[in-house]
Design a protein around this ligand. Sequence first.
Ligand SMILES: Nc1ncnc2c1ncn2[C@@H]1O[C@H](COP(=O)(O)OP(=O)(O)OP(=O)(O)O)[C@@H](O)[C@H]1O
Length: 657
Amino acid sequence: MNTYQYLWRLIMYRPIRYLVNAIAWTVIYLAPIAPGLITKEFFDSLTGTSALGYGVWGLIALLMAAALGRIMLIVIGFITDVNFRFRMGMLLRRNLLEHVLKQPGAQAIPVSPGEAISHFRDDVDQSEEAASWSVDVFGMTCFALVSGYILIRIDAQMTLLVFMPIVLVITAAQLATVRLQKYRAASREATSKVTGEISEMFGNVQAIQVAGAEKRVIARFSSFGDDRRKAMLKDRLMGELLDSVFSNSVNLGTGLILLLAGTKMRAGTFTVGDFALFVYYLTFVTQFITNVGKFITYFKQMSVSLERLTFLLQGASAKVLTMVNSLHLKVENKVAVATVSVIPLAQKGREDESLGGVKRVEGLEREGGSEVKIGQGLERFSADEAKEKGLEREYAVGAKLEGKFNQETGFAASLQRLDVNGLSYAYSDTGRGISDIHFSLKRGSFTVITGTIGSGKTTLVRSLLGLLPKGEGTIAWNGVPVEDPGTFFTPPRSAYTAQVPRLYSDTLRNNILLGQAEQGDSLQMALHAAVMEFDVAQLPGGLDTVIGPRGVKLSGGQAQRTAAARMLVRDAELYVFDDLSSALDVETEQKLWERMFQRRSDATCLVVSHRKTALSRADHIIVMKEGRIEAEGNSEELLRQSATFRELWYGDERHSS
Ligand SMILES: Nc1ncnc2c1ncn2[C@@H]1O[C@H](COP(=O)(O)OP(=O)(O)OP(=O)(O)O)[C@@H](O)[C@H]1O
């Protein structure tokens, strides 16, 4: 997508609003035509050459009315501009945000958070600016055409002198294009680096302090600041240089008019009113020329912004940015929780009967806080209804499914079996990762992935859950292939706790619920299962304690158990824990597994761990080495067969003794 298409697509997001805005501003820019003509008449009436008979006071009244009219028009213009302009910016930010949220979680943005913020802020502003200025250029061009016509009719030679600077401006702006874009790109890049560095610094204050690296970090920051200063200076200098070319070329025109007007007035071919009209329009022609130049500059800068925003999309088409969408990411006012059975009436392939289904719904619907029973029974299940509820996949294969349906999160068929075949993923920069992974999980099983450091355990669970871009291999849920693991492996199908818990500066309650509606005693149950009840009682505000930025007011173990509670409150079919137990003592970990299975004996768990507490509980252990499965079995079998496993097992014994 080139910059013209980008601008066009932005305009087409709200074409009516753009049109209204364009009409409003065209009228505003055309408005000075009238006072110009009145001024001409005013001076001509003083010298007795006026064709109109309004008199001086009549003309003054007309001038004031024109000024008042223009003020009102400008107020309307700002309203239409704000309404169009900010919608465009919001659309870009909304689409970017949606895209980032849909990306594989572990690689959602290709830059640091600080740099991404600079893209969201500056590049969107720049795009908005160029689109908004296109309206002004149109309005001003209309003014230039009408005023040009009036002036030519008075004196063609003088008119030429007034408009000649336009040619100069456009030539100068075009010549400066490449350099301007280069300087703009460099200054944006430098700004991103500075904001990126600030966010890294704030996020790592403790690491900087303990490493005694303050001076080095500040030196690095100051070198980024220095680079930014140089880049900004070049960018600004170039911008100001162009601006001065624009305005000075107009001054040149004024000088020429003054010289010529004197001679012509003496010859009697030019009235004082004509002179006043030329000078009056010249102010607006100056504005027009400067603004055309500005628009050309903004347009060039917009192409830099487009490039930078496209980079943030990580290979997706730039059209994603301007896709027509409602500005609201989600409108949800209903929460329904129900148990649904999808029983096929006919199997796929049988042509005599159309594929149909029966649903059995039992559960509660929640609307505006009150609970309404939606009843029990059997209802026909249409293909459209399946689509609406996100059940297309289950419906299409005609599988007999029973599971939970939650209007907020969709349908989860009860997990009977998860099969992973030939799963591979290699990080593009290091070439490392996982290769040819096969395993199956049965309902209610407890599987532990273990292995040496860097053997690919985290990569394995992230690939499975679609938190990394799709590599090779297949994943099947109850025998049905999962096409897009990233959207499939979410609650209520699966819930995940990462190795490093990510917490917000908010209350403990909000960190656990993350916007999910609190249902019954689900929060208390999750806290109990995550062995958090004692900790919550100790916190000054209980569940409503604000836990500080990234949860700094919690201990490492508390942060991990908060993340576990966040996972458990989601009541999923498959629970995936990545090294949850690393910050827990043996007793707490033991309790956590016990409570977890007391509460949900049917839950299927996939756990990354090298701790004996988890290994001895496991009914299946996968030993990873250099990105591949080296051995599999239960702990007794593996102690006999796998040297790597023995090292991990006895190593853990040494650590705990
Ligand atoms: N984002 C990344 N980019 C490039 N290479 C990576 C990335 N993350 C991990 N790797 C490499 O992939 C390999 C597997 O890493 P992974 O984090 O899956 O190992 P792990 O077994 O979970 O390690 P640990 O026990 O330390 O958590 C390692 O060699 C690592 O260097």
